[in-house]
Design a protein around this ligand. Structure first.
Ligand code: SF4
Ligand code: SF4
Ligand code: SF4
Ligand code: SF4
Length: 289
């Protein structure tokens, strides 16, 4: 049977007062969907849908949506909106409402947070497989559980800072992103939506490596591919370091310089489309959807 929803202008106003997310300005262009990494990887999360439901005042329905738990809080949807609508703010509000009203147990919420941390391990392991030239298609599902449970232990390498040589292209990227201005405040690390474990991915670590001139080491690291290019690090940096540009520049240097093979970008992109369906499935299992 088709479910019909009754719009509630009062609830829409109440949501607006709590979030200032400008739901009434949405003209359904889908720009936010096209920027959402979870939508691109799995089609299971549409920020436009969340925003338009908020515009209809469907608060109860929204708080019960599985999709709100798939959100990475990366703000790519909000940054891409031409009308200043803020889907990510709505999702954040809905998550707080679900927690405040006790919809899920503390144990469920803590398992959810733990899984988000472990998911980045699986992304790191997948990226490493892609970097080694393997197509991880057959391995992702079979290794999923063990990758989640295995901490990443980067190889310890002794590096002599007096014996470095870097390319001009590397120096140019560092200049363009102004990484030399970094004073290690950790704000980017605290706000990055994929930084849960500094051994797996940490934007500040990337910028430190760049400033130390460790070109070869950083270009070979799987970490630079975990960035989802959300610009949050750039927006929060009081020193005006363009973190997202630096990491994108490193990815391009790795491809152009042959550090990664030409087939890597397509293997890696395909791998993301295999990982995110497992990500949403795991969240469904945690919450019992
Ligand atoms: S914050 Fe990121 S993950 Fe969440 S809906 Fe927006 S784009 Fe998607
Ligand atoms: S980008 Fe903005 S206007 Fe376009 S669908 Fe998303 S919320 Fe609506
Ligand atoms: S926020 Fe800026 S200054 Fe602070 S650690 Fe990150 S890049 Fe450096
Ligand atoms: S752009 Fe910055 S904040 Fe966003 S994922 Fe990459 S490193 Fe993290």
């Amino acid at each position: 049977m088709t479910a019909y929803y009754t719009p509630s202008p009062e609830t829409r106003e109440a949501i607006q007062e709590k979030t200032w997310a400008n739901t009434t300005l949405c003209w359904a262009c889908s720009a936010c969907d096209s920027q959402c990494p979870v939508f691109l990887g799995s089609s299971r999360l549409r920020p436009q849908k969340v925003l338009r439901m908020a515009n209809l005042g469907l608060l109860d329905e929204l708080v019960n949506l599985p999709e709100i738990w798939y959100c990475l809080a990366c703000k790519r949807c909000t940054r891409s909106c031409p009308n200043d609508c803020e889907p990510e703010t709505i999702v954040g509000y809905l998550i707080k409402e679900a927690i405040r009203t006790g919809l899920y147990s503390d144990e469920t919420i803590s398992r959810y947070h733990e899984f988000q941390r472990k998911f980045q391990r699986a992304r790191w392991m997948t990226t490493q497989k892609c970097l080694s030239g393997e197509d991880p298609e057959d391995e992702i599902e079979s290794n999923w559980r063990s990758w989640l449970e295995s901490p990443i232990e980067p190889q310890e390498t002794a590096v002599w800072l007096t014996d470095l040589s870097h390319t001009q292209a590397f120096l140019n990227e560092a200049d363009r992103a102004a990484t030399a201005s970094c004073f290690n405040c950790s704000e980017c690390t605290n706000e990055c939506p994929v930084c849960f474990d500094r051994k797996v991915f940490d934007p500040q670590w990337v910028f430190r490596m760049v400033n130390l001139g460790l070109e070869e080491e950083i270009l070979r690291s799987p970490s630079i591919w975990l960035c989802i290019s959300c610009q949050t690090c750039t927006n929060v940096c009081s020193q005006l370091v363009s973190g997202h540009l630096m990491i994108r520049g490193l990815q391009e240097l790795a491809v152009r310089g042959g550090i990664v093979d030409t087939g890597f970008p397509s293997r890696w992109s395909k791998a993301q489309r295999l990982l995110y369906p497992l990500f949403t499935k795991e969240i469904d299992a945690i919450f019992g959807f």
